[in-house]
Design a protein around this ligand. Structure first.
Ligand SMILES: Cc1cc2nc3c(=O)[nH]c(=O)nc-3n(C[C@H](O)[C@H](O)[C@H](O)COP(=O)(O)OP(=O)(O)OC[C@H]3O[C@@H](n4cnc5c(N)ncnc54)[C@H](O)[C@@H]3O)c2cc1C
Length: 209
């Protein structure tokens, strides 16, 4: 998203590396960021090496403080990039395991169908994409699905929690984080998570008597 160095790059076997690496590795992911590519390919059992230039960002109050992260840019790399015409820009790279994907604010806007077409804005023209809305739509739905890792429902074939947030098994396990969502139709979900936790707490209190 921010140019060559900040984009996950996959190299096929034999593209580079030592003889040893060529023999053992199927894929090298350079700059894994959100690591979606590796997550998708992990079940294939292929040998995947992930190369990350940054270190782990320390867990500390300042690394979780929105002002420090988003306004003071305290963890950004202090870099100036230049285009071929010499024009300087300041992208906002965070060189850590997880990259910018670790720092992001969780607003997940969907591009509209018209955003994939040639579009005139006040500041200029956004050119037409070579692939359109329909191509990305099913994958975007799968991306949203990743949040629904412990869906609630009425059918054990398609859910792991009943409508009280209780696992079908074991009988004494309740899940009240965002994973119960069967789908995510809007970006700001925390209030609904809290509301559901209160609702499930009432069910647990009834059960405990
Ligand atoms: C504070 C903040 C808030 C944001 N909020 C939102 C939001 O709410 N919604 C939204 O949609 N977007 C948001 N964004 C933008 C979003 O985070 C990025 O667009 C997205 O994470 C970019 O993903 P990526 O995979 O392209 O890059 P990254 O996630 O940055 O991954 C790139 C990785 O490559 C590594 N790397 C770079 N060079 C090399 C190299 N030479 N060798 C090895 N590894 C290398 C980096 O260290 C990094 O881990 C936010 C960004 C920031 C900083």
């Amino acid at each position: 998203m921010h140019g060559a160095t900040a984009t996950s790059t996959a190299c096929r076997r034999g593209a580079f590396g030592t003889t040893h690496a060529r023999r053992l590795l199927d894929l090298i992911v350079i700059g894994p960021g959100g690591a979606t590519l590796a997550q998708r390919l992990a079940p294939t059992g292929k040998q995947i090496l992930m190369l990350e230039r940054g270190n782990f960002l320390e867990r500390a109050p300042d690394t979780r403080n929105p002002r420090e992260v988003s306004i003071d840019n305290a963890h950004q790399a202090n870099e100036t990039w230049y285009d071929k015409g010499g024009m300087a820009s300041h992208p906002d790279p965070h060189y850590f395991v997880g990259g910018n994907s670790k720092m992001y604010g969780a607003a997940l806007f969907r591009l509209r169908e018209c955003d994939f077409e040639r579009l005139e804005h006040a500041e200029g023209i956004s050119p037409e994409w070579p692939l359109k809305y329909d191509v990305f739509a099913p994958y975007r739905d799968q991306a949203a699905h990743q949040a629904s890792t412990a869906r609630f429902g009425t059918d054990p074939a398609t859910s792991v929690l009943d409508l009280d947030g209780k696992a079908y098994e074991p009988d004494n396990l309740y899940v009240v984080d965002a994973s119960y969502f069967p789908s995510i139709g809007a970006v700001n979900r925390t209030l609904t998570i809290i509301a559901n936790a209160l609702r499930v707490a009432d069910r647990i209190a009834e059960r405990l008597g």
